[in-house]
Design a protein around this ligand. Structure first.
Ligand SMILES: Cc1cc2nc3c(=O)[nH]c(=O)nc-3n(C[C@H](O)[C@H](O)[C@H](O)COP(=O)(O)OP(=O)(O)OC[C@H]3O[C@@H](n4cnc5c(N)ncnc54)[C@H](O)[C@@H]3O)c2cc1C
Length: 437
C-alpha cells in the first residue's frame, strides 16, 4: 500500500498517534506538510513566527531522515495541493491527525470529500487532546466539565507510543522543505527554538507550579504552550511528566483541562467562533476608539503593567497567563474594546496562538463567554502590586522605567511617562452601565 501521512500540528515522530497507526502497516509512506497560504496570510504576524515553524519542520525532517524517510513540503491550499498530489502519486490512503479547530476542520472536510471522490481511504486520529471532545456530553461551565473530563480520562489510552523504527519512503519528484521555504517570507526566531520543548519537559519543576504560576516576575509556569501548539511534544507526554512529579492531579492538570474545555465549547457550540457564548451579552455597546486600540498595540497606555505585557508579547511572541488576563480585562472592560479586536491582537503576535483557546479565553475575559460570573474586572494597579511587587517584570519590559522607584510605578506617580489613557475607577463605573443595563 502507498499512503500519504499529512503532518499538521503534530511535528514529531514520538507518540504521534496517526503516524504510529500507519507505520504499523506494511505501507510505503509519503510524509508531507502543507504551508497553508490562507492561514499564513490571515495570521499576518512577524516573520520570526514563520521562522519558528520552518525550524520545527527542519527538526522533523531530520528525525524522518534518521528513519530512512524524508519530508515533502508544499505551499498552497491543502485541498488543491492534495488534489494534485493524489493525481500524481496515486496513493491508496491518506492518514492524518484530526483537526478540532474551526479553520482546521473546514480544511479537513474538503480533504475528506476529495478523498471520497478519488477513492482514497481517509483516516484521522485524535492526537492533540487527552479526551476527544465528542466523548463528553455538552457542559457550559468548567467545573462540571472537569468532573466528566477527569472520569473519562481514566479510561483513555494514555500510553506513549514509540517512534516508528523505520519508514519506507520512495524518492519522488516533489518539493522539499528547503525548496518551499524559499517561497515564503521568514526570518530566524531569536527567542524560541524547537529543541526547547523536550528540554523544558525534562527540566521543569512541576512541583513549583502552584506557588509560582501567577508571579509575573518569576519563571513559574511551564512555557510548554508553544510546544503543545506545534505538537513538538505529545499532550500525553506532558501529562505523564506532570504526574511523575506530582502524584495527584493538581492545578497544572486542571490547566490542561482548561485547554480541552475550550475545545469542548467549540465542538458543542461551534457558533462561538464569531458570536458571544452568552446570548444576553451580544451587541454590547463597545467604544472601539481608534486611539485606544493604537495605544494598546503600541504599549503606551500609561499603565506600566499593560505596556510591559504588550512589549513581552511583541518581543517574545509569548505573554505570561496572568498578564494575558490583565490585558484582556483592561482592553474589554476599561477601554470597552470589542473582544474580537483583542483576539486579533493576540493572533498577530502569539507563537502559541490557537484560535480555539484564544477565542475561549477572550470571551471568558470579556465576561461574554462560558463563565458563570456576571462581570469580572481586574484593577491593573492591584494586579501589579500582587504579582509583580518589586516591579521586576515591568522594569524588564518597559526599560524607560528601569530607574524609577517601584512605589511610584505602583501608584502611577509617573510625570515622565505616558499619561493613563483611562481612569480605572471611572471605567469601573462605566463598564457596569454597559454590561448590566
Ligand atoms: C486572553 C487570553 C488569551 C489566550 N490565548 C491563548 C492561545 O492563543 N494559545 C494558548 O495556548 N493559550 C492561550 N491562553 C491560555 C494561557 O494564557 C496560555 O496557555 C499560557 O499562558 C501558556 O503558558 P504556559 O505554557 O507557561 O502555561 P502553564 O501555566 O504552564 O499551563 C500549562 C498548559 O496548560 C494550558 N493552559 C494554561 N492555561 C490555559 C487557559 N487559560 N486556557 C487554555 N489552556 C491553558 C496550556 O496548554 C499551557 O501550556 C490565553 C489566555 C488568555 C487569558
Amino acid at each position: 500500500m502507498r499512503a500519504i501521512f499529512w503532518f499538521k500540528r503534530d511535528l514529531r515522530l514520538r507518540d504521534n498517534r496517526g503516524l504510529y497507526e500507519l507505520s504499523s502497516l506494511p505501507a510505503e509512506i509519503i510524509p508531507i506538510f502543507i504551508l497553508d497560504e490562507r492561514l499564513l496570510s490571515s495570521l499576518n504576524g512577524p516573520a520570526s513566527r514563520t521562522g519558528f515553524l520552518l525550524a520545527a519542520l527542519e527538526r522533523l525532517e531530520a528525525e524522518l531522515r534518521a528513519k530512512g524517510s524524508r519530508l515533502y513540503c508544499f505551499y498552497g491550499r491543502p485541498e488543491e495541493v492534495l488534489a494534485r498530489l493524489i493525481a500524481q502519486i496515486k496513493p491508496e490512503a491518506l492518514y492524518t491527525n484530526r483537526s478540532y479547530s474551526w479553520t482546521g476542520e473546514k480544511v479537513q472536510k474538503k480533504v475528506e470529500a476529495l478523498c471520497r471522490k478519488t477513492g482514497v481511504e481517509f483516516r484521522d486520529f485524535n492526537d492533540s487532546l487527552l479526551v476527544a471532545p465528542e466523548k463528553i456530553e455538552a457542559r457550559k461551565v468548567f467545573s462540571p466539565f472537569f468532573r466528566l473530563w477527569s472520569s473519562t480520562l481514566q479510561s483513555e489510552d494514555l500510553s506513549i507510543k514509540p517512534e516508528p523504527s523505520r519508514l519506507k519512503t520512495p524518492v519522488l519528484r516533489l518539493p522539499t522543505l528547503a525548496e518551499t521555504a524559499r517561497l515564503i517570507a521568514h526570518e530566524p526566531n531569536g527567542y524560541w527554538q524547537p529543541d526547547y520543548a523536550g528540554r523544558r519537559l525534562r527540566q521543569y519543576d512541576f512541583r513549583g507550579y502552584d506557588a509560582g504560576r501567577n508571579r509575573l516576575d518569576e519563571d513559574g509556569t511551564s512555557r510548554l504552550s508553544v510546544a503543545i501548539r506545534f505538537g513538538l511534544v505529545s499532550i500525553r507526554e506532558v501529562l505523564a511528566a506532570a504526574r511523575k512529579q506530582l502524584q495527584v492531579d493538581s492545578q497544572f492538570v486542571k490547566e490542561l483541562a482548561w485547554r480541552e474545555f475550550w475545545y469542548h465549547i467549540r465542538h458543542h457550540f461551534p457558533w462561538t467562533e464569531k458570536l458571544e457564548f452568552q446570548e444576553k451579552r451580544r451587541g454590547l455597546r463597545w467604544l472601539n476608539r481608534d486611539e485606544d486600540i493604537r495605544a494598546m498595540e503600541e504599549a503606551r497606555t500609561g499603565y506600566p503593567i499593560i505596556d510591559a505585557a504588550i512589549n513581552q508579547l511583541k518581543q517574545e511572541g509569548w505573554m505570561h497567563n496572568r498578564a494575558r488576563l490583565i490585558v484582556a480585562s483592561f482592553l474589554t472592560k476599561d477601554l470597552l474594546i470589542d473582544w474580537r479586536i483583542g483576539e486579533k491582537l493576540f493572533k498577530k503576535y502569539l507563537l502559541d496562538y490557537d484560535e480555539v483557546v484564544n477565542t475561549g479565553n477572550w470571551q471568558w475575559s470579556a465576561s461574554v463567554g462560558a463563565d458563570p460570573r456576571p462581570l469580572r474586572m481586574f484593577n491593573p494597579q492591584l494586579q501589579s502590586e500582587k504579582y509583580d511587587p518589586e516591579c521586576r517584570y515591568i522594569k524588564k519590559y518597559v526599560p524607560e522605567l528601569k530607574r524609577v522607584d517601584c512605589r511610584a510605578i505602583l501608584t502611577l506617580n509617573l510625570p515622565e511617562y505616558h499619561s493613563p489613557i483611562v481612569d480605572h475607577r471611572s471605567a469601573a463605573i462605566r463598564v457596569k452601565q454597559v454590561y448590566l443595563r
